[in-house]
Design a protein around this ligand. Structure first.
Ligand SMILES: [Zn+2]
Length: 253
């Protein structure tokens, strides 16, 4: 197995994922827990949690790269669930690297760009202001689809069961915001986006969709956020020849 120093991997990721573009992210992006000094196997997951950590230990990974890390705004105490989680990592000498907003936004490896690709939507640009940055992606299908046809394409590409809110409008100009992010509907309306694909369903979005005449597709928070970490895994395999394992722990939400 090919191995590289942890330090080399971390500085490569920090740069490649452009962490410095999101200084206000609540997530402490970057290396959150330091494990072994040499890395041969990289685990990928959406959520930092005990199930994923135990699986990572079982699969003998040296570092875990996640979208939702353990540290948000700082550590107040290492007790209870936090103690258990960190202990599992430290006992197995596994590092934890988190990349939140930069991995939603990233033009090449980000969740939103990857979703457009997976749905064969031509990328036109960014939209959806969040923390001072347009974090979503927008694009155009090569032809009109009904909302039902589009939802089927989403289900297949993201391995999910999308919930839709539609008002009879065809799907052509699509905006994508992974995870939460339904408030991007305001920008979507301004830009003439007819269909907004987001992760988590939000009750408050219903009446806005109705009045703004924007179709909504809720594809699931988890399902919209597996593509970014997988893309980074592919990158690391290609660049450094590292062994990569995706650890799936779907929440169904
Ligand atoms: Zn998320």
């Amino acid at each position: 197995m090919k191995r590289i120093p942890l330090k080399q991997l971390v500085s490569f990721l920090d740069r490649e994922l452009r962490l410095s573009e999101f200084p206000d992210d609540e997530s402490a992006n970057g290396l959150q827990v330091e494990g072994a000094g040499q890395v041969g196997k990289v685990g990928l997951a959406v959520d930092a949690c005990d199930y994923v950590f135990r699986e990572a230990a079982e699969q003998k990974t040296d570092i875990l790269l996640v979208h939702h890390g353990l540290i948000w705004g700082g550590i107040r105490s290492v007790t209870g669930v936090m103690k258990k989680r960190i202990k599992t990592l430290l006992d197995a000498d596994i590092s934890l690297y988190a990349c939140h907003l930069p991995l939603d936004w990233h033009p090449e490896h980000g969740n939103n760009s990857m979703i457009l690709k997976a749905l064969s939507i031509k990328r036109l640009g960014e939209f959806g202001e969040y923390h001072g940055k347009r974090i979503g992606c927008r694009g155009r299908l090569s032809g009109d689809l009904s909302l039902k046809e589009f939802a089927l394409r989403v289900d297949k590409a993201l391995n999910t069961k999308a919930v839709t809110i539609g008002l009879g409008k065809k799907v052509r100009n699509v905006g994508v915001v992974s995870g939460g992010g339904w408030s991007a509907i305001y920008d979507a309306e301004k830009l003439g986006i007819d269909t907004l694909l987001i992760g988590e369903p939000a009750h408050s979005a219903y009446t806005l969709a109705e009045e703004m005449q924007v179709n909504l597709v809720f594809a699931g928070h988890y399902a919209t956020e597996t593509l970014g970490v997988r893309a980074v895994g592919d990158l690391l395999r290609g660049r450094f020849g590292l062994d990569i394992a995706f650890i799936d722990h779907p929440t169904g939400l």
